[in-house]
Design a binder for this molecule. Structure first.
Ligand SMILES: Nc1nc2c(ncn2[C@@H]2O[C@H](COP(=O)(O)OP(=O)(O)OP(=O)(O)O)[C@@H](O)[C@H]2O)c(=O)[nH]1
Length: 365
């Protein structure tokens, strides 16, 4: 196809639909939140895809307002057993939209089962060429129940993965828990995912639609978001309250990697691919700003487990100071070892040696 024709087709193609993943452990309050949010005019152009675990789904009856746009994926969990079905359901919905058989929608809210790990869902959406053409990932919103949250985080690794992957953490049922319990769960969440926005909700509060709309992938919103990550809650706030190690949750830790000199893009890419190759399952979340040699403005890098999103450029340094700062949430990785390997790789003067050897020595095989 001639380039001019391809360009014209691309220009006339509808913009990709933003997909928000709404996740959270069983019974945490996902459907209740969704139902209230969908009543808001700002989310009127949203379609909903609900994945329920088990043969008989009922959640779609609970969000009856948006009837024909609700698609139910049942009998399995999209993160493990029915990822192919997810792709088909999304493409089918998109075909129906293009044919005018469902009202036009610009956003799709995907409610997972309570046992889902969001990372493979994100990976499917980003890695599949057909899906990538029609859809883009928006905020991942995770609901954590204030009453059972602590217990779920302790007992269910899915719950930890859901919280770690979140851009927004919603603490639900605060009307049912005492203040001490709510504080405790919130501190655990802050330790687990210090950069996610946290919001407290009960049944009487109207949720803020910006949970979905202020999308960290949108250029204007991104700068503020990154500034927030860097106003790092990695420690200070909570140390003042005397909590022993706020960035630790069992084997899960949040830590900051830093570099004060510009990085070589290729070396950084190599380091990151090797880290994820070896430890992709342990790295639950990664996000940060990179100072790349030859580039004046910051590059934002974001990842969920094995998956790294396409890097994006910011117009300016949020605090005016060029430096690389990456927040990592990882399970079973020693922060000091990861920082050493990062420095050895990204600062060639810091250490000589073959990259493979260096990573193996520092990050562990
Ligand atoms: N009191 C109170 N109850 C809530 C709140 N949020 C949810 N609930 C109740 O908790 C129960 C479970 O809520 P759902 O919204 O169905 O939870 P879910 O996460 O969609 O559940 P699954 O799809 O089974 O994983 C329902 O009875 C809700 O009414 C809240 O903030 N306060």
């Amino acid at each position: 196809m001639p380039a001019a024709v391809a360009d014209a087709l691309a220009a006339s193609a509808p913009p990709p639909v933003t997909v928000n993943i709404l996740t959270g452990f069983l019974g945490s309050g996902k459907t209740s939140l969704l139902k209230r949010l969908l009543a808001r005019p700002e989310l009127r152009d949203s379609a909903v895809l609900i994945n329920e675990f088990g043969e008989v789904g009922i959640d779609h009856f609970l969000v009856e307002e948006i009837d024909e746009d609700v698609v139910l994926l049942k009998s399995g969990c999209i993160c493990c057993t029915i990822r192919g079905d997810l792709k088909e359901a999304l493409l089918d919905l998109d075909r129906r939209r293009a044919a005018g058989r469902v009202p036009a929608f610009g956003r799709l809210i995907l409610e997972t089962t309570g046992l889902a790990d969001p990372a493979p869902i994100v990976a499917t959406l980003v890695a599949d060429p057909a899906l990538r053409h029609h859809f883009r990932i928006g905020n991942i919103v995770t609901v954590v129940d204030a009453v059972n949250g602590e217990r779920n985080l302790d007992a269910h690794p899915e719950s930890v993965r859901q919280a770690a992957a979140a851009d927004r953490l919603i603490l639900s049922k605060i009307d049912l828990a005492d203040a001490w319990t709510v504080d405790l769960v919130e501190r655990r969440l802050a330790a687990l995912n210090p950069t996610a926005d946290r919001v407290r909700l009960d049944e009487s509060r109207t949720p803020d639609v910006s949970l979905f709309l202020d999308d960290i992938h949108d250029a204007e919103a991104r700068r503020g978001e990154v500034a927030r990550w860097l106003a790092s809650e990695l420690g200070e706030d909570h140390h003042r309250h005397g909590h022993p190690d706020v960035n630790r949750h069992g084997g899960v830790r949040a830590f900051l990697l830093t570099a004060e000199k510009p990085l070589d893009w290729a070396r950084f890419g190599l380091w990151l691919s090797m880290l994820l190759n070896r430890h992709g399952t342990e790295v639950l979340r990664l996000k940060g700003l990179l100072w790349i040699r030859g580039v004046d403005t910051p590059v934002v890098v974001q990842g969920v487990q094995h998956l790294i999103h396409k890097p994006v450029h910011l117009g300016a340094w949020p605090d005016g100071i060029p430096a690389t700062r990456i927040v990592v949430i990882a399970q079973g990785l020693d922060p000091a070892t990861v920082q050493r390997s990062f420095t050895a790789f990204t600062d060639p003067q810091a250490r000589a040696g073959r990259p493979g050897e260096t990573l193996e020595r520092h990050v562990g095989g």
